[in-house]
Design a protein around this ligand. Structure first.
Ligand code: HEC
Ligand code: HEC
Length: 225
């Protein structure tokens, strides 16, 4: 066989392989818009076309969250270590490659430009001040660290493990803190958030939710190391 024919043969084999890889890669944008056709409803119907979520309904924003964090959450919903009646059946209906594709897709979407409209409603000033104090200083008398120590200045998130809170829905933030207190979210391997949530009162939960929902999300996103 001539060198030219050998090269052509290799090129054709390469193309065939690339074609197969493409056919086997889930189309994340299509799943977001239309669902996967075997049980997973369109993500956009709850999380918004831009991945910004629906704050008042407690549907979180996914756009710009770290991909590794998103994948872990989808795996945990599917496995049942994170319980939620709405999201568990969706995650369980996604194959593993589909969960990976969805996590990568939302991780790359830009964070919505400003706090969602529903979160921008002028919140009570005293509530905001209490939220800011917890976020930036914590409460050392109780051994409660500042949220910023793990979630970064302004709550923009740190690396792949500490998700952003800035611009996230206040309803959703409160739901998560209640889920840790009630034991329905126990997927954090180090139990860091169980310890934090146990030290928060109802007023604290309302305050940090209001504070973070009003912070700009654009400083962070999934692009940090
Ligand atoms: C019927 C509404 C609905 C649909 C459809 C839906 N979700 Fe969700 N999703 C939710 C709700 C509600 C939560 C919050 C659950 C909770 O409070 O723990 C959530 C949470 C999540 C989270 C966790 C986010 C975080 O910050 O921890 C991820 C990841 C997620 N959804 C991905 C998806 C993907 C990917 C799809 C599409 C394949 C999808 N969702 C479709 C309602 C939905
Ligand atoms: C010691 C580190 C640490 C501190 C301090 C901390 N967090 Fe977290 N937080 C985490 C980790 C780690 C996760 C991700 C858990 C997981 O992987 O499921 C998280 C997740 C969350 C989430 C879920 C976000 C989402 O998208 O689902 C909320 C809400 C939250 N934290 C709120 C707070 C608030 C409010 C404070 C301050 C009162 C705080 N955290 C302080 C480590 C911390």
């Amino acid at each position: 066989m001539s060198a030219a024919r050998l090269l052509a043969g290799i090129a054709i084999a390469g193309l065939a392989l690339a074609g197969r890889a493409l056919a086997g890669t889930p189309d994340a944008a299509a799943i977001a818009r239309q669902g996967n056709g075997h049980g997973a409803a369109p993500c956009a119907s709850c999380h918004g076309a831009d991945g910004g979520g629906q704050p008042a309904a407690g549907f979180p924003r996914l756009a710009g969250l770290p991909a590794a964090y998103l994948l872990e959450q989808l795996d945990d919903f599917a496995a049942g270590t994170r319980r939620n009646a709405t999201m568990q059946p969706v995650a369980a209906a996604l194959s593993e490659p589909e969960r990976q594709a969805m996590a990568a897709y939302y991780g790359k979407l830009p964070a919505p430009a400003s706090p969602p409209a529903a979160a921008a409603a002028p919140a009570d000033a005293a509530l905001q001040a209490q939220g800011k104090a917890l976020a930036e200083r914590g409460r050392w008398s109780q051994g409660l660290p500042a949220c910023e120590q793990c979630h970064g200045p302004g709550g923009v998130g740190v690396g792949q493990r500490f998700p952003p809170l800035a611009g996230q829905s206040a309803v959703y933030i409160a739901n998560q803190l209640h889920a840790w207190r009630g034991g329905t979210r126990r997927n954090d391997p180090l139990q860091l958030m169980q310890a934090v949530a146990a030290k928060l009162s109802e007023a604290d939960i309302a305050a940090v939710g209001a504070w973070y929902a009003a912070q700009p999300s654009t400083l962070g996103g999934g692009q940090q190391p």
